[in-house]
Design a protein around this ligand. Structure first.
Ligand SMILES: C[S@@+](CC[C@H](N)C(=O)[O-])C[C@H]1O[C@@H](n2cnc3c(N)ncnc32)[C@H](O)[C@@H]1O
Length: 179
């Protein structure tokens, strides 16, 4: 489909509506690196971002992404060449790769749309201006020191719990289970 200069272009089976909420800031140099913050109040249920994904083949994962920093950004994704087989990995383009993890203060949930190859990020609760927008990377052991836990009263105890889980998370796992 060639939609260039087509004033009648509408959403159809060849196109998907992309969305990004207003009032999102990408902030550098936080204790978690870059992160996405709200510069204004955002109400529960607001679609924050629809990110197209780039899907890697299992061979590309093994030879390339698993050997690079990309492994800290990828989501499990069904393999288009073998949808019923083991999952491969995909990276969210746009803001999707910038959401940090919070186990205690998760305020964003995400869902995969396999057909459109997108991930939609949605506000899980009302969010105040100034709050960081965080997803959950799941309950598996994290591959980094969780900056949230350093200041939390449950601090060491929470960290122990993650260490004891004995799981190795080398990629973001889908989890919309909000604690
Ligand atoms: C998907 S990226 C998120 C964006 C990243 N902060 C950046 O600057 O590119 C995942 C990386 O963010 C950092 N990160 C995410 N959540 C964190 C947390 N709760 N505590 C510390 N670092 C975190 C870790 O370095 C992790 O490998």
């Amino acid at each position: 489909m060639n939609g260039t200069n087509n004033p009648n272009l509408k959403q159809n089976s060849d196109s998907i509506a992309l969305q990004r909420a207003t009032g999102l800031l990408l902030v550098s140099n936080t204790p978690k690196g870059r992160g996405v913050f709200a510069s204004q109040y955002i109400s529960k249920g607001t679609i924050l971002e629809v990110s197209p994904v780039l899907i890697f083949s299992p061979e590309e994962v093994e030879k390339h992404t698993a050997q690079t920093v990309l492994q800290h950004y990828t989501y499990y994704w069904p393999n288009p060449s073998n949808p019923k087989g083991p999952q491969t990995q995909a990276i969210a383009l746009g803001l999707g790769s910038m959401f940090n993890h919070s186990r205690l203060h998760q305020n964003v949930v995400w869902s995969r749309d396999i057909a459109s190859e997108t991930i939609t990020y949605t506000a899980h609760r009302d969010i105040k201006a100034g709050e960081e927008l965080c997803i959950s990377y799941g309950n598996a052991r994290l591959w980094f020191q969780d900056a949230d836990l350093e200041d939390e009263s449950l601090g060491i105890e929470g960290e122990d719990e993650l260490q004891r889980s004995g799981l190795h998370a080398l990629a973001l796992v889908e989890s919309n289970d909000v604690p």
